[in-house]
Design a protein. Structure first.
Length: 396
């Protein structure tokens, strides 16, 4: 039995970076960039007015001076200054004409008219060059890197790609994944369970982790604890890039998965790690197929998916790992044994933000992760956590 850190290292050492594919921008939300994105021009591409108001020369400004004007410039248009033109009315987003370097907002302007001539004055005591103007290239310079490959495309990235005119985008290709849930006691969710049976939730847990990276499993299958049927389905599953099983990996007489995997030529990389929950996890490979054998209890699957499967997926997509945090614990907690324990916790803020544990009845408790913000870690070398101790926290 190996430690948590050794198990994670072995898993991450087997990562293969998936190839890229080109897809339409409207299909990229949630996908991972497979290319570096650079700017196609300066942004803003011109000196842009940040206010509705008046554009003029900063060196020519004097409080309460009367400025005649006769033109206004909306966004989406441009104009050249006329000889001796001292001011123009300008709208937000319009390009500031060459020669002007000041925009005074309309709220600071006094508009008058004399003999049919429009005029404006301002009471501001001081102004400065480029006031209320977004200068050309101040956000991004032409050819500047704006999005590195390996970043996941969320709302901001999606919007930026559109601004850059990227109608086609290179993204990391999703791996082929097969999911198999096992167990005579497990039935599909649409089926009414007998008193000694439970509904399958594990495949939904695994699917939810995959969906965060826009991975749609090619198959999701439930198989009872029967050697022939398990062998057939595992054989099919080994055609995928990743095969994920739940259940059947412990020490019971009906835990058939390890022996079947070995019989089918899957190399065992480790079986069992010193964590709770999730101790019986099995991990191996055959050729280009990675195999995760998760324990059968629901919270074990949630935990192993977060601490093992998700880091594997992120690295295989060229992403950095999700951050962990050190936060003070709100109470005291004890444990027996030398396992690294993961338990559900929520964030509570008073004078500072604390980790508060949530009560649950072990890894079979279907409510274990409800109302939690993530997993707190009780290190293997500690037997007690005191109130105020800083402990590691993994958000979901």
């Amino acid at each position: 039995m190996i430690s948590f850190s050794e198990a994670l290292d072995k898993i991450l050492s087997e990562v293969r970076i998936y190839p890229s594919e080109i897809i339409s921008l409207d299909q990229t939300l949630g996908r991972v960039l497979g290319e570096d994105i650079t700017a196609d021009r300066d942004y803003p591409p011109f000196h842009r007015s940040a206010m509705d108001g008046f554009a003029l020369h900063s060196y020519d400004y004097t409080p309460n001076q009367i400025y005649p004007y006769h033109r206004e410039l909306p966004a989406g248009m441009s104009m050249d200054l006329e000889p001796n033109e001292k001011a123009i009315r300008i709208m937000t987003g319009a390009p500031v004409p060459d020669g002007f370097d000041l925009v005074i907002k309309i709220e600071d302007a006094t508009l008058t008219e004399f003999n049919g001539q429009k005029q404006v004055s301002f009471s501001l005591k001081e102004v400065k060059p480029w006031q209320n103007i977004a200068k050309q290239g101040e956000d991004v310079k032409n050819n500047q890197l704006v999005l590195p490959k390996g970043i996941q495309i969320g709302t901001s990235e999606f919007s930026l790609l559109a601004s850059l005119g990227k109608d086609k985008v290179s993204v990391v290709k999703a791996p082929k994944v097969h999911i198999i849930s096992t167990g005579n006691e497990v039935v599909p969710i649409h089926q009414s369970p007998l008193p000694f049976q439970i509904r399958d939730s594990n495949s939904y847990t695994i699917t939810s982790i995959l969906s965060k990276y826009k991975i749609q499993p090619e198959s999701v299958t439930h198989v009872p604890d029967r050697d022939k049927e398990l062998t057939e389905q595992i054989q099919k599953g080994l055609e995928a890039d990743i095969l994920i099983l739940s259940g059947g990996v412990s020490m019971g007489s009906m835990d058939l998965v390890p022996s079947i995997l070995l019989r089918l030529g899957v190399e065992l990389l480790f079986h069992k790690t010193s964590i709770k929950p999730g101790k019986p996890i099995w991990f191996g490979k055959r050729k280009n197929t990675i195999v995760f054998g998760m324990p059968g209890n629901p919270f074990s699957v949630q935990t192993c998916s977060r601490i093992f499967l998700e880091p594997f997926l992120r690295k295989s997509h060229g992403q950095s790992q999700l951050p962990s945090y050190k936060l003070p614990y709100s109470t005291t907690k004890q444990k027996k044994g030398a396992l690294t324990e993961f338990f559900p916790a929520r964030l509570e803020t008073t004078d500072k933000t604390y980790l508060t544990p949530l009560a649950f009845n072990g890894s079979g408790d279907i409510r274990a992760g409800i109302f939690s913000d993530g997993l707190a870690i009780f290190p293997s070398d500690l037997s007690q956590i005191q109130q105020g101790d800083m402990i590691e926290f993994l958000p979901w």
